[in-house]
Design a protein around this ligand. Structure first.
Ligand code: AMP
Ligand code: MG
Length: 370
């Protein structure tokens, strides 16, 4: 008989007043308690500006193994180490190339993760067996207070069950991980809404392994040249080795099968509408993740959408707003009886590249170009 150990998960709101700094929070009882749990090898979910992270002491193999178990994450999918101070790099990545230092100055704290040669203190369980380590300094007062109070680098993947949409609210974490983690720190909804940009800084020209909160355009301003790993947009059919192991897994997916439709209005709106009507006629319950502009189109055209399940992702002209809404929208659709989901694509400019990467994965690479 399998014996399942349930943890008693404590949900702790961190009362961060508007504009509170991490120094304001670091001595609160919630942060001190969560830091103690981390130092003792426990699991703490916490907000960052991207998504909620599931944290453990990144230098403690047993604690890190607990992250993989709680998420059901494949062991070869490496974790990102989170730090509150660039000085902590000395311990985990002693060789920092000059370009990575420049990037740190430009984008930290912020949604940029750098892959660097790993130091001996970092266990292989954290790096999925690789000799490189991914590091980031998050821009969220609760995260920085926790990291600072813990005094250890904190390994933290997104705080969801592997394969599900990432959590952008504490309630999403609780839905996936209640009973599996010691503490969930509630700092409200996250602002960026998609994960960090993962940049391989080990070669002469940095390579984006995963698009995220820092855009390719912003990196180019600092670096001149940046490459994009072919797996970012091509899905799993692309030839060659997957350099970011996480990119090869089905990810960010709602429960019902989804399809992504890419293109420009008005053809895009017409195609999304036509597919929804066709699926409905076939007896499916249709769920849609769409922009405000799509809603306006339906109103203008008098489209009957009364039997559709609809989640709205903001304005398609505002990629940051869409980024902050897609995971909530996918989880909303999961809460309906939708049997088929249609996702409206947006432009890949700026953070739109990360949005489209996640939507393509949510659709299991089922993409229609109009
Ligand atoms: P998550 O923790 O869910 O945000 O995923 C972390 C992402 O960073 C995954 O796509 C990993 O494959 C990637 N990553 C972490 N460490 C490394 C590394 N050493 N080399 C390449 N990619 C990495
Ligand atoms: Mg993740």
């Amino acid at each position: 008989m399998e014996i399942k150990t349930q943890k008693k998960t404590r949900l702790m709101p961190v009362a961060a007043a508007e504009g509170a700094s991490w120094e304001d929070l670091v001595n609160t009882p919630e942060i001190q308690e969560a830091a103690r749990v981390l130092r003792e090898g426990g699991l703490v979910a916490f907000p960052t500006e991207t998504v909620y992270g599931l944290g453990a002491n990144g230098l403690d193999s047993a604690a890190v193994a607990g992250i993989f178990a709680a998420k059901g994450r494949p062991a070869d999918n490496p974790l990102i180490l989170h730090i509150a101070d660039a000085e902590a790099l000395v311990q985990i990545a002693p060789e920092v190339p000059p370009l990575a230092r420049r990037l740190g100055q430009a984008f930290w704290p912020g949604p940029l993760t750098m892959v660097l040669p790993k130091g001996p203190a970092v266990p292989y369980v954290t790096t999925g067996g690789l000799d490189t380590v991914a590091v980031r300094m998050p821009a969220h007062p609760v995260a920085l207070a926790l990291l600072s109070a813990a005094g250890v680098p904190v390994a933290a993947p997104s705080a969801n069950i592997s394969g599900r949409p990432s959590p952008t609210e504490a309630a999403h974490v609780a839905a996936d991980l209640a009973g599996k983690v010691d503490i969930i720190l509630d700092g409200g909804p996250t602002s960026v809404g998609v994960e960090s940009t993962v940049l391989d800084c080990t070669g002469p020209v940095p390579v984006i392994l995963r698009p995220g909160g820092v855009s390719k355009e912003a990196l180019e301003e600092i670096l001149g040249e940046v490459k994009l790993d072919p797996h970012v947009q091509g899905g799993n059919e692309v030839e060659g080795p997957v350099r970011s192991p996480g990119m090869k897994y089905r990810h960010y997916a709602p429960k019902a099968p989804a399809v992504l439709i890419r293109g420009e209005p008005p053809e895009l709106f017409q195609q999304v509408t036509a597919l929804a009507q066709k699926l409905e006629a076939q007896g499916e319950t249709v769920g849609l993740l769409v922009s405000k502009e799509m809603l306006e189109y339906w109103r203008r055209e008098g489209v009957d959408q009364s039997r559709w399940q609809i989640a709205v992702m903001g304005s398609r002209t505002d990629a940051a707003e869409v980024a902050a809404s897609i995971y909530r929208g996918l989880r909303e659709l999961d809460g309906t009886n939708a049997t088929q989901i249609i996702l409206e694509g947006i432009s890949t400019a700026g953070v739109g590249l990360a949005v489209m990467n996640r939507l393509q994965k949510a659709a299991g690479n089922r993409v229609i170009d109009v």
